[in-house]
Design a protein. Structure first.
Length: 138
C-alpha cells in the first residue's frame, strides 16, 4: 500500500471525505477497485455514496475464490485506486468489467506524482489508461 498514513483515523477519514465530495456529482452505479488499499477505501466510499462495489483480483492471485470479480458490476462504474503509474491496473480492471462501462477513475493519493500540475504529464497518464477520464483532475 502506497499511503503509509492509512492507519491514522483522521487521515483515512479525510481521504474518504475528499473522495465522496469529488464523486458526488458523477453519475455511476458501482465503485470498482483492486488490491489491499482499494479494498479499504472502495467499499467505504461506495457505502457513503449509496453505490454497489466490486473487487477485481489480479490475474493469478491465490485467493479462496475462483472468481476474478467479487461483487457485481452493473451499468456505469468508476475505478478508485491510490495512484497511477503504468496504467496496467486500470486497463486490467476495464478488461475484467466487460458487463459495465467505465466513466472515470479517481486516484486518492497525490503524493506519488505532480501530474495534476503538469498538463503534458497529465495527458501522458490519460493516454496510458485509454483516455479514461481522471475524475479528480478534471
Amino acid at each position: 500500500m502506497y499511503n503509509t498514513e492509512f492507519h491514522a483515523p483522521r487521515v483515512f477519514a479525510d481521504l474518504v471525505e475528499r473522495a465522496v465530495k469529488s464523486l458526488k456529482g458523477v453519475k455511476f452505479d458501482t465503485v470498482v477497485f483492486r488490491g489491499f488499499s482499494g479494498a479499504i477505501v472502495g467499499p467505504v466510499v461506495a457505502l457513503r455514496l449509496g453505490k454497489a462495489w466490486a473487487l477485481v483480483r489480479k490475474a493469478g492471485d491465490n485467493a479462496h475464490s475462483s472468481r476474478r470479480v467479487e461483487g457485481r458490476v452493473d451499468g456505469d462504474y468508476i475505478i478508485i485506486d491510490d495512484f497511477i503509474d503504468s496504467g496496467e491496473t486500470v486497463r486490467e480492471i476495464v478488461y475484467a468489467c466487460d458487463d459495465g462501462q467505465c466513466v472515470g477513475a479517481y486516484f486518492y493519493d497525490y503524493r506519488w506524482s505532480n501530474a495534476r500540475n503538469d498538463p503534458n504529464l497529465r495527458a501522458g497518464l490519460k493516454d496510458r489508461i485509454g483516455g479514461i477520464k481522471i475524475l479528480n483532475w478534471e
